[in-house]
Ligand binder design. Structure first.
Ligand code: ATP
Length: 216
């Protein structure tokens, strides 16, 4: 099974790529952000650990419906690096476990390719488990415009700060096998995705051929 890492900065277009891979190619995409949300739902192990550790420190940590007050938790930990590290320690391990479990499910279903959509793929060192890495990049100016349009609740300064805090496009490009330039229309992006998929196909055949000795 080819494990393909999909990464890119905030609002670079990862979800747009992921949508096409799922809808057009029926490829399983394991979305790290989605998992990070699921693991802190009430009753899940990470939820219990967060409530146990942060419950006394943040007064409104739990909302009336029992879910975590994520903005309050975020605001608290971002003021204190040590607390952020503790939160990351609680959540990152659970996210990895869940991702590995979903990869195993794909492998058992004999899927030839699985995509890991991880915004901080390189920062988290997860590129080492990927056979190939595809980065989605666009000019910071376009990225800023798309981010402000998608998240109107964020100020221009907040958007700029989020973009500036991330790994540069150049560093991501250097560490990627394929780069999807997303400076133009979605239609153009789709053509580039199709081209990458065509290039990846031979690798899938190599992967399948590796099984022949076992079949024989
Ligand atoms: P995040 O990591 O922040 O969740 P992302 O990398 O998944 O973001 P998307 O959500 O795919 O990025 O794209 C960000 C915004 O830009 C969305 O509103 C999306 O519709 C829009 N967008 C993406 N690609 C294009 C494009 N080529 N042309 C116009 N708009 C685009």
């Amino acid at each position: 099974m080819l494990v393909l890492g999909l990464t890119g900065g905030i609002a670079s277009g990862k979800s747009t790529v992921s949508k096409r891979l799922q809808e057009e190619y029926h490829i399983t995409v394991i979305d790290a952000d989605e998992i990070a949300h699921q693991i802190v739902e009430p009753g899940r192990p990470a939820y219990k650990k967060i409530v146990r550790y942060f419950g006394d420190k943040i007064t409104d940590l739990i909302l009336p419906d029992g879910t975590l007050n994520r903005p309050a938790l975020g605001a608290y930990v971002f003021q204190n690096k040590g607390e952020l590290q503790i939160l990351n320690k609680i959540t990152h391990g659970q996210v990895r476990k869940e991702m590995l479990w979903l990869m195993l499910c794909s492998w058992l279903k004999l899927e030839s390719i699985v995509v890991l959509d991880v915004p901080l793929l390189f920062e988290a060192g997860m590129d080492i488990i990927c056979g190939m890495v595809v980065s989605v990049v666009c000019e910071p100016k376009i990225q800023l415009q798309r981010l402000m349009e998608r998240n109107p609740e964020l100020s221009r300064a907040e958007c700029e700060k989020r973009i500036a805090s991330q790994m540069s496009n150049d560093d991501k490009i250097k560490r990627s096998d394929y780069v999807l330039d997303n400076n133009n229309s979605v239609e153009e992006l789709n053509q580039k995705i199709d081209s990458v998929i065509r290039k990846v196909q031979p690798s899938l055949w190599v992967t399948l051929l590796e099984y022949i000795p076992f079949i024989g």
